[in-house]
Design a protein around this ligand. Structure first.
Ligand code: PMT
Length: 404
């Protein structure tokens, strides 16, 4: 656990029976030479005491937002600036609701809102609460803020019910923190490119040919890459989306511009092509608006196939991933696209179903690797942010991005 050594971790304990496990977490992290400071919420105090925490962390426990004593030595701003990472364990359903709605009415929620550090949340609650639509919505919102969700696990709960909602085991939390610190120490050097959104091919000054795409899936993938420490550039066609602050964004309109910008950014370590590039462009742009009563026919040319050109270029990134939006024969079409384009992986989504794919907040994807020994993998229907995280997890594991 060498990447955790000497790290400063601010642990927030909210109200939940799993708080007793957090004592063990503090003990183990201290043994790994982490410096631990803790914030205990009012409900957290019902489960563990400041005295038991202090005796393990060897540091003061912070509880009140407006404490003269706290403010003079360490206020909510300095507490978050002091830490390398903020970990909320357990994160109760109520606390998740609070921070996903931007409340800052106690020390814990104020520190998170004022934080410039990575926030990890370890939810713990009853299975019905975890599965409740409002909780799912909160989790998605929190992910969109860039917070990382660890767990929960499936198992028997303190209330006697069985299902998803148990706080992740302490050793697994420690493992995830170690992976995070390892990634950010190494991945700073890893460069990723993502293409997203549609392209617009002008016919005349007021009309264009385009493809369906909101850009959501590509933006989420780019966000997830940033989360994982990649130096990420997003090349985006016209969308209404606002990217994560840590992304480099290049806005383009046409397929040709997208191609040019992509080539300029090579070489890189990972390139993911989610853009719905128009296959066609107009052979001859009409400078004036075409009149309704005039000849309305125009000739088309093929746009450069960016994915294919990058995959076959002598500057090919270490790993190239393409997407395939298919309305029929998903498996056969995805496999033949993989062969033709020469990329390492094709991620196929079935766009015949309007609930996923184009414009929706949801997607479901199948992965087809060049390495034929690996069977197709499915990431089941979920928010595009979750699909993005799962995809990046699979890509970084399969292609050994984080191994020494
Ligand atoms: O943007 P959203 O609303 O979130 O929707 C996401 C999505 C459905 C658009 C996305 O998940 C997706 O499937 N993107 C690929 C869409 C597509 O039309 O693929 P294609 O079959 O035309 O192209 C296959 C691959 O080649 C894609 O990786 C594409 O980016 C790439 N390509 C295609 C043509 C071209 N000229 N250049 C390319 O790079």
């Amino acid at each position: 656990m060498k990447f955790l050594e000497n790290k400063k971790i601010l642990i927030i304990i909210t109200g939940g029976i799993a708080a007793y496990k957090t004592l063990d977490l503090i003990r183990k992290l201290s043994k790994l030479n982490c410096e631990i400071k803790t914030i205990l919420t009012k409900s957290g105090k019902e489960f563990v005491t400041p005295l038991s925490i202090t005796s393990l962390s060897k540091n003061k426990v912070y509880t009140d937002l407006f404490s003269v004593e706290n403010e003079s030595e360490m206020d909510h701003i300095s507490l978050s600036r002091w830490s390398d990472l903020i970990l909320v364990a357990p994160a109760s359903s109520n606390f998740l609701t609070k921070i996903s709605n931007g409340f800052s009415d106690d020390l814990a929620s104020t520190v998170i809102k004022a934080s410039d550090k990575k926030v990890f949340l370890c939810p713990a609650m009853n299975v019905r609460m975890w599965e409740h639509a409002s909780n799912k919505q909160n989790i998605n919102t929190l992910k969109s803020y860039g917070y990382r969700i660890l767990g929960p696990e499936i198992g028997e709960m303190a209330c006697g019910e069985f299902g998803e909602g148990k706080m992740l085991e302490v050793d697994e939390i420690i493992n995830q923190l170690e992976i995070y610190f390892k990634q950010i120490s190494k991945n700073k050097k890893l460069k990723a490119i993502v293409t997203a959104g549609p392209t617009q091919e002008l016919i005349d000054p007021v009309r264009f040919i385009t493809n369906r795409s909101s850009g959501k899936q590509g933006y989420e993938i780019a966000n997830s890459l940033v989360e994982n420490g990649f130096d990420t550039t997003l090349i985006s066609g016209p969308t209404n989306l606002k990217p994560n602050d840590n992304l480099k964004l290049i806005k383009v309109k046409t397929g040709e511009e997208m191609h040019k910008k992509t080539m300029e950014l090579l070489p890189c370590d990972l390139a993911i092509f989610t853009a719905a590039v128009s296959d066609f462009k107009i052979k001859k742009f009409n400078k004036e608006k075409i009149k309704k009563n005039k000849d309305q026919s125009f000739d088309l040319d093929l746009n450069p196939d960016i994915l294919e050109l990058v995959s076959k270029s002598n500057k090919k990134p270490k790993i190239v991933v393409g997407f395939a939006a298919e309305s029929e024969n998903l498996f056969d079409n995805a496999r033949s696209k993989l062969e033709k384009k020469g990329c390492d992986l094709i991620v196929a989504n079935d766009v015949s179903n309007n609930e996923i794919g184009f414009e929706s907040d949801f997607n479901e994807v199948h992965l087809f690797y060049k390495d034929k020994n690996i069977d197709d993998e499915k990431i089941p229907k979920n928010f595009k942010s979750v699909i993005a995280d799962e995809l990046i997890k699979k890509i970084t594991n399969k292609f050994n991005f984080f191994n020494d």
